[in-house]
Write a protein that binds this ligand. Sequence first.
Ligand SMILES: *[C@@H]1O[C@H](CO)[C@@H](O)[C@H](O)[C@H]1NC(C)=O
Ligand SMILES: *[C@@H]1O[C@H](CO)[C@@H](O)[C@H](O)[C@H]1NC(C)=O
Ligand SMILES: *[C@@H]1O[C@H](CO)[C@@H](O)[C@H](O)[C@H]1NC(C)=O
Ligand SMILES: *[C@@H]1O[C@H](CO)[C@@H](O)[C@H](O)[C@H]1NC(C)=O
Ligand SMILES: *[C@@H]1O[C@H](CO)[C@@H](O)[C@H](O)[C@H]1NC(C)=O
Ligand SMILES: *[C@@H]1O[C@H](CO)[C@@H](O)[C@H](O)[C@H]1NC(C)=O
Ligand SMILES: *[C@@H]1O[C@H](CO)[C@@H](O)[C@H](O)[C@H]1NC(C)=O
Length: 494
Amino acid sequence: MALQLLALNFLLVLVPLLGAQAQEDTGPKTQGVPRETEMCQKPSWDTRLRLAPDQEEYSRNEEVMLSCPKGFEPSFTHIKCSREVQSISTGKPVYREVWMGKGTGGAWTRIRSMVECVEAFQVVPGTLDASTTSIKLNWTCSLPDACERMQATCRLAGPSSPPCEAEEVTGQEMLHGQNGTFTCNHLQPFTDYSVTISVPPSTILFTWVIRTEETVPEKPERLWLDASTGTLRWQALPSCKGEILGYQLNVTTRGPQDGGFLQVERLMLSSSVTEQPLPAHGPGTSYTVAVRGLTAAGAGAALLEEFQTNSSETPDPPDVSSRLVRDISPSRGMAVLPLRPITWVPEAGSKHQLLVAATHNGTALEGACSGELQPFNASRPPDAYVAAVLNLTAPTAFVLGDGTHGHGFHNAPLRPGWDYTALLRLVRRSQQEETFTCVCYSFSVVAGQPPGSWTGIVTGVVVLLLLLLLFAGIVWFVLSRRRKAVPIKAKENN
Ligand SMILES: *[C@@H]1O[C@H](CO)[C@@H](O)[C@H](O)[C@H]1NC(C)=O
Ligand SMILES: *[C@@H]1O[C@H](CO)[C@@H](O)[C@H](O)[C@H]1NC(C)=O
Ligand SMILES: *[C@@H]1O[C@H](CO)[C@@H](O)[C@H](O)[C@H]1NC(C)=O
Ligand SMILES: *[C@@H]1O[C@H](CO)[C@@H](O)[C@H](O)[C@H]1NC(C)=O
Ligand SMILES: *[C@@H]1O[C@H](CO)[C@@H](O)[C@H](O)[C@H]1NC(C)=O
Ligand SMILES: *[C@@H]1O[C@H](CO)[C@@H](O)[C@H](O)[C@H]1NC(C)=O
Ligand SMILES: *[C@@H]1O[C@H](CO)[C@@H](O)[C@H](O)[C@H]1NC(C)=O
């Protein structure tokens, strides 16, 4: 018990002592009356500050130079140890040590806050931005002294090499003031540029390599047919405007004249592929091929070429004999189509679609053959529509225009006086490929008007003729009565 009391006493004595000690530490560094030194302690400001000379104590009026790590500036570059009167004690001034700093204009001012290393120049975070042809950044400069004579440049980050030759740019600009925007224009897409902001001759405030955005690739230069193998080839595109991700290849195949055969193939090929076999369809087949490159920014312009087969070595074509349409019944808006399954796309199954387009125009038919499914819409008659979906496994006579509904499609009656093409279509789809194969049946629903209007016209003409005859009869009757009346009158006068 006595020992515990002793410990408590000891603590009670110690606490005020510790408190006094702490106060002395945090309090202003007064030059105590007993210590008549004329020294300043090394200031404990920003730990990044470098002092030259670097000492623990500095004598009065000693000048010290301050510096900061690269890219930073001290808020005072020169300081000196000084003293000021803190109070008057028994008629004598009591001094305390202070630091003075050399401000703009060279005058010494009392440093009241900490001296810090501040970022003299800053690119506003999030503003360094590249488009396909320009680089932009917003900057701020917090210390006018340090930010004079700033120069911003942008140039190619590396040497340009074929096939992607980029022109050197001479984007150079002096930066003035405390903030602004630096822009570098007329740049090439998908190219590395270095942006540097410096204070000549050798202080670099900011430097960064940035790549301009990708854009769509160029049009491919060459597309040719290797006739011996029936293979299409094209020249690979360089990744100058963006990384080439692949090629889009569209092949439209038309059967021999009036064969009624049409095939639209759309392929997505990887960037390493530069050839593709043409679908073989025998002599007289013509092909329209379009190829374009793809980058992350999208598809470029397409190169278009036409080819024609006339080699007898190609296998015999599938049965594409002339597509005759018999039994057209204009009055009832129907036509009988001799449909045969499209057998040369076995993977596609037997689900055929029967499309109807109110045209004989080949371009429009190609569009219809590769178009989306659309049901009949009476208010948009020229659009191609799906009349029926058929499970076709054997030749079938199909009545088009019988007005039936099935699978959500309307086999609408045909309109007299219109040109029509019915397209029997088979579609095959995979991830990289889409093939639309169509057999076309073109016909016209002739004999302009339905019988009703014919009789109308005939009746009209007959009625008109009868009316004219009646009118003529009346005129003749009236005139003949007058002639008879004149002699009677004359007799009466006599
Ligand atoms: C930019 O500097 C001007 C003066 O040079 C000042 O008025 C403006 O407030 C500054 N803007 C920013 C965002 O610092
Ligand atoms: C960058 O500066 C431009 C004009 O100089 C200004 O319109 C834009 O708002 C600034 N952007 C940011 C993020 O400060
Ligand atoms: C291929 O056809 C599709 C659909 O019509 C089209 O979007 C694409 O641009 C075409 N590609 C080429 C290379 O013509
Ligand atoms: C077809 O014949 C024409 C000239 O008759 C020729 O220029 C063309 O190369 C031939 N095409 C093929 C695929 O043989
Ligand atoms: C065929 O249709 C296309 C558009 O679908 C049109 O540009 C072209 O002029 C038409 N040709 C004829 C001969 O009507
Ligand atoms: C038919 O076309 C008209 C006009 O484009 C449209 O407003 C209407 O919704 C369509 N009807 C059907 C059933 O799609
Ligand atoms: C199509 O018809 C064939 C024979 O008529 C039949 O075996 C097959 O199951 C049918 N397919 C479909 C999807 O209805």
